[in-house]
Design a protein around this ligand. Sequence first.
Ligand code: FES
Ligand code: FES
Length: 224
Amino acid sequence: MADKTPPTQLSPDDVTPTAENEQPVSGRLSRRSFLTHLGAAGIAATAPPLLGATPAPVMEPAAAAPPEAEGVVSVTLKVNGQVHPMKLDPRTTLLDCLRENMDLPGTKKGCDHGQCGACTVHVNGRRVNSCLSLALMHEGDEITTIEGIGQPDDMHPMQAAFVEHDAYQCGYCTSGQIMSAVALMKEPVGPTDDDVKHAMYGNICRCGTYPNIVAAVQQARRMA
Ligand code: FES
Ligand code: FES
């Protein structure tokens, strides 16, 4: 005769794990518990720290130098008789320095490649294409721009001759033309118009006012 004694109450260890009552068996993790723990660990690794948790050490960004100090050098230029201490990117051309750092826009940028003469200034009395020269190279030099040659109420004789001979149209090349013309007055240039044209060949005028320019230069030379 079969034993009809009802089973005693089951302990948790005696319960067969099912989808409904999955429990640890004999001290081991079930497959579901194991995957659940694994998933929780993965989330914890990527989740931001919780309140109360020990904060992870924060990496301080390397102290960055102020942008304006990066690669900048000190230079002092003497322009039109005035001394200008400044800080410059060493790649700055004399032309850009004059126009953008010193607010002297009379010197023009035409080609920026040494081909048009619009950027002509004087360095120690000699004409120079300022687009081809680095500002840094001119510490200690005497630099003269069109603003230093004369002003509307006190024009240089060459400026007055350009006005008198109508030696410009748009005027973009004119400051470079005048700076070259003033410099050639001290150069060994012959007396003829062809001599002047040859001496001014580096100054291009897109408006084609060459006859008037030559006439102006010759008048100023005669007066000098
Ligand atoms: Fe310097 Fe043209 S801008 S030569
Ligand atoms: Fe216009 Fe010379 S006057 S480019």
